[in-house]
Write a protein that binds this ligand. Sequence first.
Ligand code: PLP
Length: 477
Amino acid sequence: MHRVADLVADYVENVQRYPVTPKTRPGDLRRQLPAAPPEVGEPVERVLDDYRRLIELHTTHWNHPGFMAYFAVTGSGPGILGEALAAALNVNAMLWRTGPAQTELEEHACDWYRQMLGLPPAFRGHINDTASMSTLLAIAAARERTTGLDVRRRGMAGRPDLPPLTVYCSDQAHSSIDKAAITLGFGLENLRRIESDSQYRMKVDALEAAIAADKAAGRRPVAVVATVGTTSTTSVDPVREIAAIAQRENLWLHVDGAYALAAAICPEFRGQMEGLELADSIVTNPHKWLFVPMDCSVLFVREPEVLRRAFSVIPDYLTTTETGVTNLMDYGVQLGRRFRALKLWMVIRAFGVQGLQERIRYHCALARQFAAWIETQAGLELAAPVPFSTVCFRAVPDLPPEEQDRFNERLLAEINAAGPVFLSHTKLRGRYVLRLAIGNLRTTVEHVGQAQELIRSAHERLRREYAVKKRLGRKRV
Ligand SMILES: Cc1ncc(COP(=O)(O)O)c(C=O)c1O
């Protein structure tokens, strides 16, 4: 255990020695592992040697300050300690009785986080593994609250009395909403992806029209999902306006703030998220932008009783005599529960609210600085506004659209091949776009500068290559 403590500390301190993504090809790791398990135990020392030699080496280093792909995350020191201590306790907090400290700390840490976000006391937090699970539970709760369905008891199949149930989100919403629609039996056909505006925010008039059309066709609208910080561009749907429609139509409003909601701990970011307090449920992932190691997603629900009604099943062997306590197993699909609250609590305490605010502000400042740099570069442009710490940009060479996409794909590949940084891509209105996301605690202005230099030189190389190709092409003609 002492050696592991050293391994952890050395890794976190020296992760920059590695390229962010390994040179691993598919199958490389498995080829080096014995096909069958060992018959007799091996010394853990030897296993740790292999951990360093094989596992660390073939890892994509999400904890690397040059990791700027997808949404960058951080396993911070206090978070890693919380994770380790939780493993040592190895508690299964399915009931209050089976994990009193774990249950109460989950309630308490979630309530601290609620206060930090400026949400009203009515919201009760519940920790899940991921935002995908939190959203699934929220939409299940929406279905449970919808009157006249009785899905918990009767199911959805073979019921002529049950109209198709519909859910609404924007065309920028995360695929976890699709998965919830699949898993809960709504069907993808009944998930309406509402058009977004030029800044990738849900168009409210299009939402109203879709609901009206569905009602006229005999379908039953159940829930609407507004996103605060969409996956591609981090755009923010107009929550207050969507909430007004949800209220009028008696729909459950779920807010997906998996990444960007953390920014609401800084009061200056709350203006663009107005209306959060009107949601029925909100998901935000401390494992995305609150420096808590994977995995930790908080689902805030205004009527936890509805969630309980949707999921509580108490077999004889799990009855207990305590009253007035929370039994976490009642609020979701899973029975057994990891002690995720410990790392959240430790991170909040070790950084303090101000410390967390400073880091989020710093990340946003780095992103603004990077965006401003893009705007000074000939042949590069911003592809979307930058409300938080993620920047979408692309090269705009004088080429037909498909070739422009190919140029950008190659640009990304060249930047990433260098090793010190890792960026990702998305598509906006069908066009290939690069994304630089800042979210790692150890990312500094130097790392962003390094990314800029790699972007600049790769862009320059490609431009020269394409210019030569064009000249040769002309000569051939
Ligand atoms: C807006 C949004 N919602 C949900 C998710 C899914 O998150 P998770 O991996 O926690 O399920 C993501 C992932 O990036 C996301 O960007």
